[in-house]
Design a protein around this ligand. Sequence first.
Ligand code: SF4
Length: 360
Amino acid sequence: IIPPFLPLAAYSPFDHAWPWSSFAVACTSCSGRQSGEGSVAGAFHFILYGLYSRLSHFADRRHLCVLPLVWAKKVGRKFCTAVAVTMGLGPSMATEVAAALTNRRASVVYLHCAECTGCSEALLRTCKPFLDTLILDTISLDYHETIMAAAGEAAEAALEQAISNPEGFICVVEGAIPMALDGKYGYVGGHTMLDLCKRVLPKAKAVVTMGTCAAYGGVQAAKPNPTGAVGVNDCFAKLGMDVKAINIPGCPPNPLNLVGTLVAFLQNKEIKLDDQGRPLMFYGQSVHDLCERRAHFDAGEFAPSFDSEEARKGWCLYDLGCKGPGAYCDSFERKWNGVNWCVANAICIGCTEPTFPYGQ
Ligand code: SF4
């Protein structure tokens, strides 16, 4: 199917950049899930994204990864059910979640500060929801420096347009904010990350940190921290500005926790936070309380090594350094892409805590 369409999809006399570049970025941004597996759906994605991409540039519109709507609708119900369950609402509330999402696709501006992009990587590879569902059915991701096809002035214009949206926007921040030397340790598009945050965050309807670096400084604030990196709330407290972010920590966090928070916001639900700014619906219980190895902890059965028979039998990993008793998140319940979680094969390193990584 592809060959007759491909030249058309790739051709654009209006592109500022090499025509193939945004095409390639886009296909990477869906993790090759649909474009690289030789399926019929993949072929359609490949073709339709390319066509849309060209048309978007023609109309000078912003876009990110856009896949066939028919594909997104196919997984939409599953996604809403997953989000409803994540929020503790139960599968029967999927319709309510769907209504909240369909009626108001919130504009989201996603900023990158000092980070490794692992949180975006987690987001890109999530299957609950798939990224296309997230972008098409849930939010309008109007600016994301890693996956957006636009670059240079077009990207700057996209940001300006998004933050001028009269209906407002939600700002998601990934990465810590370097504050030393007036922010000169971190630039995006010629602006310091500090200045970008000062310009964008106070205008947002809500600010959500994605990952421990944005929440508390995390790895970016590792000693001796010459860049003066801090989390968003600490940064704005130091600046004396009234910005209070909801924290979704984790290294990286489960994307469902971000999506669930956005859904709760769209539904005007009260988002109860713990004393670290984390939504209690996701971070209300410790890893230890939820752990599948907990019975062995209570029985005093501790594995002597990772490759021991005891570890394979599910004995507790506390003696091997597990930080589950002091770490709060729903990793066991949520699992990664519904399949696995940290303590199944390794220890909890407490990555959702403000003390990370030094608390280890
Ligand atoms: Fe707790 Fe870790 Fe042992 Fe699980 S493995 S019971 S989280 S100490």
